[in-house]
Design a protein around this ligand. Structure first.
Ligand code: 5GP
Length: 137
C-alpha cells in the first residue's frame, strides 16, 4: 500500500483541499513552493501507461479547476503541472498523481527545459519523429 492509499483511507493525516468520488487533492508534505498540491485518483494506478483515459480526463479536469484557485489563493504568478512516471523520471510514490506547483518570482524551484542545449541535425530529428510515429501505428 502506498502512502497515498493510506491518505485516501484516512490512515495517515493530510491537508485535503478537494475530494470527489474518484479524486482527492491534498497539500504535498514537502512544499516545493507555497501551495504545492497533489491531485490523485483514488484507485491506485501506477502511471500514465495504466491509468484509463476516462479517469485521466476527469483528473485533468480537477487540475484545471484547482489551478486558478491555488494561483489566486497565494497570488502566484505562474503554475507548473508536473507528472513523473517511473523512477528515472523522478517518481517516488508509485500511485499516479499530478503536482500543481504554484510559481513566484525568484522562487528557486527549477523545472526549466534548457533551450538549445541539445540541437540535432535535420536527419536525426526526422529519425526520432519517424520512430515515434511508427510506434503509434
Ligand atoms: P513523485 O516524486 O512521486 O512525483 O511525488 C511524490 C510526492 O509525494 C513528493 O513530492 C512527496 O513530497 C509527496 N509525499 C510523500 N509522502 C507524503 C505524505 O506522507 N504526505 C503528503 N502529503 N505528501 C507526501
Amino acid at each position: 500500500m502506498t502512502v497515498f492509499e493510506m491518505i485516501i483511507a484516512r490512515k495517515i493525516p493530510s491537508h485535503i483541499v478537494y475530494e470527489d468520488d474518484l479524486i482527492i487533492a491534498f497539500l504535498d508534505i514537502s512544499q516545493a513552493t507555497k501551495g504545492h498540491t497533489l491531485v490523485v485518483p483514488k484507485k491506485p494506478y501506477e502511471n500514465i501507461f495504466d491509468i484509463p483515459e476516462d479517469l485521466l480526463k476527469h483528473l485533468i479536469g480537477v487540475v484545471k479547476k484547482l489551478s486558478p484557485a491555488i494561483k489566486n489563493a497565494f497570488n502566484a504568478t505562474g503554475i507548473n503541472i508536473v507528472n513523473n512516471n517511473g523512477k528515472d523520471a523522478g517518481q517516488t510514490v508509485f500511485h499516479y498523481h499530478f503536482h500543481i506547483v504554484p510559481r513566484y518570482e525568484n522562487d528557486n524551484f527549477n523545472i526549466i527545459f534548457s533551450n538549445n542545449a541539445n540541437t540535432l541535425n535535420e536527419e536525426e530529428y526526422k529519425k526520432r519523429a519517424t520512430l515515434i510515429k511508427a510506434a503509434l501505428l
